[in-house]
Design a protein around this ligand. Structure first.
Ligand code: COA
Length: 389
């Protein structure tokens, strides 16, 4: 059998919602010292969805940035990974497919397993590319993290999307074939049908995350995966920055390594600003690492740990490709952050409630954002999206 060409992540881009709330506003409201959020959770601000945006508009915006550079040639599959889907039947990806002007000869599907599904999408993409190396798979990971107002989860909300192309001879990161997997059914976090906010047993979710890390790492190592000391950087699913730090400390301990654990700072920068983005968050971490690490990471191995409550965990690794920096646009990422309009607690609360409008009732939305795509409302009980000129 001939050797397969390396495959992995070729292009990557980020988008976030157009409003931003400083966590000091929530701390004040909840009578909590702000240090608990800034230091205890490691989070600073969170993106908040305006009235005319949702996971589809954010995902399409990130994907458009990818396709503007890479073009659509070879893209025959779009996998939309989300746990904040906007319809029980129709894929969010089909809306994005039209907004992006993708060709009809493109299969589209939405996948879900809490914050894990973008990694399943990456694996599906790698499988398709191994079968036909001329094809590319567009993965869009997009989520709005929502918890009940006043709950312990409230400061760990957020909204963002990451889109990436999976292809042969990738420009950013070649994914190594070995991966470690761990699945166990548990009620740490879930969102029953008809609810727009997640239910969570916060403390149990921390334990479940760390248990899945242990299980996935053990599987990864037993299948010939690299040792802790052979991995130059680590990115973890980051519902809040402190969780990634806890995970890293646990892995360091599990590996029994004497070496100091590599610092995670560069990979945490972006999500400290946008908050939890559920399934996008690991790839937000990867983009943040590639854009912000001061060292040239060419040829370096990056370990990735995906965790989706419920729960599924996967540990995998990739090698950063020479010339990767020429593929990145950190100024675009920064622009997405600075153009967000700050809101105070009252406006945030109104937006939080507006998001819960009944799905099967017609309404229009005000044009509140200036992104390339907007959610125009519901008519004939179906969601309507517009593309700006
Ligand atoms: N200054 C600095 N740090 C402070 C502080 C202060 N004034 N007050 C508290 N802290 C620290 C605590 O010591 C703790 O740090 P530690 O975990 O390193 O010990 C941290 O802030 C959080 O405090 P805690 O009391 O544990 O918070 P909580 O119980 O109110 O909520 C979660 C924390 C994560 C359980 C909650 O945000 C949640 O449910 N989030 C959603 C679920 C989630 O994201 N799960 C992750 C796995 S998917």
């Amino acid at each position: 059998m001939s050797e397969l060409a390396p495959a992995g992540i070729d292009e990557m881009a980020f988008a976030t919602a157009h409003r931003v709330l400083d966590l000091a506003e929530i701390a004040r409201r909840n009578g909590v010292e702000v240090g608990k959020y800034y230091v205890g959770l490691g989070q600073r601000r969170m993106s908040v969805a305006a009235e005319d945006e949702d996971p589809v508009t954010m995902g399409a915006e990130a994907a458009r940035a990818v396709l503007d550079r890479a073009g659509v040639a070879g893209v025959r599959t779009l996998v939309f990974a989300t746990e904040s889907g906007v319809d029980q039947s129709k894929s969010a990806g089909v809306y994005a497919h039209r907004l992006l002007g993708l060709p009809a000869h493109c299969r589209v599907v939405e996948i879900k397993q809490a914050c894990y599904s973008a990694t399943a999408a990456l694996q599906f993409g790698l499988g398709l590319v191994a079968r036909e190396p001329s094809e590319k798979v567009l993965v869009v990971a997009s989520d709005i993290a929502r918890y009940r107002l006043g709950s312990a989860g409230e400061p760990t909300q957020g909204a963002a999307a990451v889109a990436f192309l999976v292809g042969a001879n990738p420009g950013l990161m070649a994914i190594e074939p070995v991966s470690g997997i761990f699945t166990a059914e548990i009620d740490d976090f879930w969102r029953p049908n008809g609810m727009s906010e997640a239910l969570v047993d916060g403390k149990l979710s921390l334990e479940a995350y760390l248990g899945a890390l242990e299980g996935a790492w053990g599987d990864y190592r037993s299948r010939g995966g690299a040792g802790f000391g052979q991995i130059d950087r680590f990115c973890y699913h980051q519902p809040f920055a402190k969780m990634a730090l806890k995970a890293h400390a646990r892995l360091h301990e599990l590996a029994g390594s004497d070496a100091p654990a590599a610092r995670l700072d560069a990979g945490l920068a972006l999500s400290r600003e946008v908050g939890n983005s559920y399934t996008a968050s690991l790839y937000l971490g990867l983009l943040s690492l590639l854009e912000n690490d001061p060292e040239d990471l060419s040829g370096r191995r990056v370990g990735l740990f995906a965790y989706g409550s419920g729960c599924v965990g996967e540990f995998l690794a990739g090698i950063v490709q020479p010339g990767y920096r020429t593929r990145l646009r950190p100024e675009r990422t920064l622009e997405s952050l600075v153009r967000r309009v700050p809101v105070g607690y009252e406006e945030y609360r109104i937006l939080h409630e507006l998001y819960e409008r009944p799905a099967a009732q017609d309404y229009g939305t005000a044009a509140a954002t200036d992104g390339p795509f907007r959610f125009a409302g519901v008519s004939g009980m179906a969601r309507r999206y517009e593309r700006r000129a």
